[in-house]
Write a protein that binds this ligand. Structure first.
Ligand SMILES: O=P(O)(O)OC[C@H]1O[C@H](O[C@H]2O[C@H](CO)[C@@H](O)[C@H](O)[C@H]2O)[C@H](O)[C@@H](O)[C@@H]1O
Length: 379
């Protein structure tokens, strides 16, 4: 195939994609690529106002779904900060802040609640340990954060619970002494090196969605093909789930991109969708999430029904809410939401951004070191 052929092939497949989408929105009979009506090709950009308007008008049940996903993604990653909010929203924010105080300001209260209990630390990755960046492959944590997480793991059992695939999040964190729950908890593995010992943990990972692997790979390939015409769109294979990224896509094309995702998902009733920070996440319909992963890890650590445990879970995304809910239900520990803006949450406390997360974790390390030393002095 020559380069020219490749280009023609790509253009044709893009046109096909647009046509499929238009057909789905307008319920027109399916056309072949040679029958594409002028009005669909000469749109305002590839996904122009006409198609978007149909989605805004509702576009039937599908349109409503797409609009709901987009609203939810916007709510997960709001761009406004306190100062730019209208007064009524500003008041709302201050009352929210009263109900969800800073975990740094409430540090002593948190420590008092954990008295005589085993603290266990659960950390989300993106937006919690690393700042949100445009390129998901460049979401690195700072050296300072890594050193602090390393110190945290010396004093408390520590787990990373991420939507990312486990091997990818491990490459970012590179600490063998941690537990890792990748793919929203659908891939869990214990430390490969415990503190003070060089012995590795060879236990097989816990993977409750392993039978979905072929389906996820199939959908990944389809989505790559269907979204390649949308400038800035990115599909990430997280092994047991997929992420379709909207961050670098012009907002005018969000509806069209979400519609593509909906069309593909329609063919796979065993998959479902959740919304994150400018991302749509596709995953198996099994009843498993970050909350279940938290419970699984507590059980594995011997704290299934124990009152002697104090789990601290820190996360910034909607998917972390499942873990916050578990803590509320158990009436245990502390859920901490990382957010600068008011959001509906089951978390009890807040931290503004990853740098505050680092400060909070560092205080925990210092407190633990101090209490170990005073314990030794009393002996
Ligand atoms: O559970 P998490 O560890 O928070 O993972 C959730 C998703 O995080 C990543 O996407 C988010 O961070 C990116 C890098 O900062 C950003 O570009 C994107 O807009 C965010 O949604 C990750 O790439 C996804 O696969 C995860 O599902």
């Amino acid at each position: 195939m020559t380069n020219q052929n490749l280009v023609v092939h790509d253009v044709k497949s893009c046109i096909n994609t647009i046509v499929e989408m238009a057909v789905s929105i307008s319920n027109l009979p399916m056309l072949t690529s040679t029958e594409v009506p002028e009005s669909l090709v000469v749109l305002d950009g590839i996904f122009g106002k006409k198609i978007l308007k149909r989605i805004d008008d509702g576009g039937g049940k599908g349109g409503a779904k797409v609009n709901a996903w987009i609203d939810s993604m916007r709510a997960s990653s709001p761009t406004r900060t306190k100062s730019s909010l209208p007064v009524s929203q500003d008041q709302h924010l201050s009352s929210w802040a009263i109900h969800h105080p800073s975990a740094i300001n409430m540090f002593d209260q948190i420590i008092n609640k954990s008295k005589d209990k085993q603290i266990i630390i659960f950390l989300d990755y993106d937006g919690t340990l690393s700042p949100i960046v445009a390129d998901p492959d460049k979401a690195f944590m700072t050296k300072k954060m890594r050193a602090t997480v390393k110190d945290i793991a010396k004093h408390f059992p520590t787990a990373i619970v991420s939507g990312r695939r486990r091997d990818k999040v491990y490459k970012f964190v590179r600490l063998a002494e941690l537990y890792y729950a990748g793919s929203h908890g659908m891939d869990i593995k214990g430390p490969t090196k415990s503190q003070g010992s060089k012995k590795g943990n060879q236990a097989a990972p816990f993977q409750p969605a392993s039978q979905f692997l072929p389906m996820i790979n199939e959908v990944y390939k389809i989505l790559l093909e269907k979204t390649k015409c949308v400038e800035g769109a990115k599909v990430e294979n997280n092994k047991f789930c997929l992420s379709v990224h909207f961050r670098c896509v012009d907002e005018k094309s969000w509806g069209a991109l979400a519609e593509q995702v909906r069309l593909v998902l329609n063919q796979y009733p065993k998959l479902k969708l959740t919304e994150g920070r400018k991302v749509l996440e596709i995953r198996p319909t099994i009843k498993w999430d970050k909350g279940k992963a938290l419970e699984f890890l507590l059980r594995s650590l011997g704290f299934a029904n124990s009152k002697d445990v104090f789990p601290i879970y820190i996360g910034d995304d909607r998917t972390d809410e499942d873990a916050f809910k578990v803590l509320r239900r158990r009436g245990q520990g502390a859920g901490i939401l990382v957010s600068k803006v008011a959001k509906e949450t089951e978390a009890s406390y807040t931290l503004q951004d990853p740098s505050e997360v680092e400060q909070f974790l560092r205080r925990l390390v210092d407190w633990k070191r101090g209490s170990n030393e005073s314990g030794r002095r009393v002996e």
